[in-house]
Design a protein around this ligand. Sequence first.
Ligand SMILES: [Zn+2]
Length: 341
Amino acid sequence: LFLFHVYFKLKNFLKNAEIILSKENSKMLAVSVKGGQKAIEVDRPVGQIVEDCIIKVNRVGICGTDLALFDGYADFDGIVGHEFSGTVVECDQYTWLRRRVTASINMPATIKGDVNWKTAKHDPNRRAIGIRGINGAMAEYICLPEGVLVALPDNVSDAEAAMAEPLAAAMDAVDKLPISDEPILLIGDGKLAQLIARVLIYRDKKVHVIGKSSKKLDLLTAIGAEVKNQVPSNIKYDRIIEATGVPEGLSSALENIRPTGTIVLKSTFNQRVDIEISRLVVNEIKLIGSRCGNVSAAVKLLSDSAIEVNDLISDTFELKDADKAFKRAREDDSLKVQLVC
Ligand SMILES: [Zn+2]
């Protein structure tokens, strides 16, 4: 009994020492717009309100939006990274403590309870993780209010969970298409286009695709999409999703859309785009924007093994090698580049 007593005392002592040490070690590695495309040392986040949870980041993906942020998009200078998975290490609510999580990225300026992803993304005072008003997850730790956390099932890996946010965005683009039996034209072959194609095929849609990279188009053919790089001028589509990231994608969509058709525009161009707007009017074209989706629904699809995402992760780097990861993410033949934190 005495030995047990000593054992528990010692265990408690060590645990407290560990907490004190980890609080004293208040620096961490992170990638911020201000610091450039590399890991630098910054202060570890501390919770400000009772809802705040500290999450130890496990994996974080580099997104086209992150690259655009370094090119001046959205005028943000904080820590980037919104496609992540992590483990809650500090939280007032026991339910979240030690749970693996990802998060819905948009939130109102002040948090009360659970955040509704649909209204949060158009809240004029919103914050968006790693994009607007709140530091992101390309770091060892991130501080987030529990109202945006999404719990991860055991069968979704850290790498897969860090794909939930872009998968949610892909699902949202698909959800914006009107119903029809005809094939859908997907313009683009990058990481987001690959996810969109997988969502479409999972939902039994016929997918035609225009892209540039033969390697990436092969990936699309392998899942059942039909590559249509030379679309004959007499063939037009009633539904097009544009996911190229470049303004030419929209021009191509306008060339291939049928009168009264619908174009879902997924790219956030960093520049103004010159289009012949009267074409939309004369042909009565619907142009629909799409941004951010339901991260919980994406986690469910991953947990159901409905969508495979592991083969879309082309490279993995350590957080300390973030400079190499960003260089790789900017290369044409890469797909999703992830960092292990
Ligand atoms: Zn993203």
